[in-house]
Write a protein that binds this ligand. Sequence first.
Ligand code: DGT
Ligand code: CA
Ligand code: CA
Ligand code: ZN
Length: 584
Amino acid sequence: MPRSNDEVAALLQEYADLIAITGGDAFKARVYEKAARAIGGHHADIATLDAKGLQEIPGVGKSIAEKVTEYFGTGAVAAVEKLRAKIPAGVRRLTAIPGLGPRKAYVLHQELGISSVEELVDAIHEERLRDLKGFGPKTEENILHGVDLLKSSGDRVLIHEALDLAEDVVARLSEIDGCLRCEYAGSLRRGRETIGDVDVLVAAEDSEPFMRAFAELPYVSEVTARGPAKTSVRTTRGLAVDLRVVPPDAWGAAMIYFTGSKAHNIRIRETAVHRRLKLSEYGLFDAESGERIVSETEEEVYARLDLPWIAPQLREDRGEIEAGRDGELPALIEESDLRGDLHTHTDLTDGLAPLEQMVASAAGRGHAYYAVTDHAPNLSMQQMTDERILAQREEVRALDGVFGRRGRTARGGGMRLLHGVELNIDPDGEVDWPGEFLAGFDLCVASVHSHFGQSREELTRRLVRACENPHVNIIGHPTTRILGKRPGIEFDADEVFAACARTGTAMEINAHPNRLDLRDEDILRARRHGVRFAIDSDSHSVPDLAHLRFGVATARRGWLTPDDVINTWPLSRLRRFLRKGRRD
Ligand code: DGT
Ligand code: CA
Ligand code: CA
Ligand code: ZN
């Protein structure tokens, strides 16, 4: 996604928050919020658009287009600056607490002068909130719970934010003379769902030009440490980045060390000790003579420890060392193994782009098939009806006729379209439509979108019943978690996974970076039950289509091979799976 779209989306979202926090017009705040979403999800780089082009984006009117132009012209927007001056940054941070909206943040600031999360927690412990209108003991409890959730995500950022930044740093440093290699390492290379800091490694004889260029990157706001081997900075968005420059002949050992995880490093160091060797970030040495044996590539270091190269996503000490030793590492799925996407939306419900645009973009990605799965009627705000979804089916069939014949996908042949739907699993495990209507779809995703507070037993039964529905093919975002915002529902995972395997229902790996649901540990567990998976983008806009890579990284962390994932299969095999043994 173009960086400028993200920047402007963040700015407009901040403006909307500030309007709400200062008690401004709620309608106006919503208008800016909608525009932020539309710009963030716009397919083209908005920095290249003129005022007219900007106003063609849905939700962007004259006044918003002017602010965008002002931003690109001057680097700031006067109206936003004016509100920023009124409200301490800490007050806006309060609205990041799950369950605490801008209205409440405003009251807390006005009435009690609270302007940080710490001050808020103190005030709750001193019971100073109880006298405020709209705040009771229950609210206090909710806020404290929200603060815990926020703290547990800490200063960590979502993987796509860290990756955007890391790719830019790597691209810029790679251009400097004398750069022999440059890559990111750490948790980002391992594909973890959140990232504490970004670690970048350069192989070069002379570190000085790299350290200088790094400290001078346009988005660096603070240099927190500077030395010949390592420099640390913080970006304007608050992300920390470490750069280490290592001698070219120590590249492999350094990459292993700084990729981690710490637990994996400890285990391979023990392996070295057993062989009378010593492993560090500088290389693999003979323990007695101190002579360096190897360190130039990761493969060499692992090989000298009698291990095959281990994919970074597996390096968590979850059995990869034993499996490597026994020659039993899985042949992990790769992004190029995916043949299609099975959960996507259009502007018929809450997507931003029309059907044809989504389909054309998906075809451009080289997919061999693509399912359109808009929301079903029980999610009443989406206003779906039988007529509307059947009319969409006609459009999908017509487009299938066009795209199905175009021979431009990676594997040759065209992109086939599937007409599906995202059903709502109601509190009893029932879904929106009866079987005879569902039989008309090529596939059904079914997801929990409400009643998250049911008991563990109720939620387990609810998901098992959904699996037992002969028309439900994929359980969408199974735990419903939103990273840093919503913890996700709790159910008996073994019982639900067993039901999936028994009924031929796939579990989704929702690839949206704020979901990544199922997560790695759940995938490992489901895999032991023989569950199949679908890696889906759950796209609500064209740029979202690119999120599949994060789902693949998560799948690799769950040790999945292409065969475990139904959307790597040829269409004929996929269609057989989607029938769930039905004869219709
Ligand atoms: P993060 O930044 O919290 O998302 O996670 P990482 O894994 O990127 O951790 P980070 O940035 O502190 O360190 C990068 C890698 O360096 C880490 O994965 C393993 C290695 N490392 C750091 N500290 C230690 C240590 O004390 N012992 C060992 N064996 N390795 C370490
Ligand atoms: Ca890190
Ligand atoms: Ca680090
Ligand atoms: Zn959903």
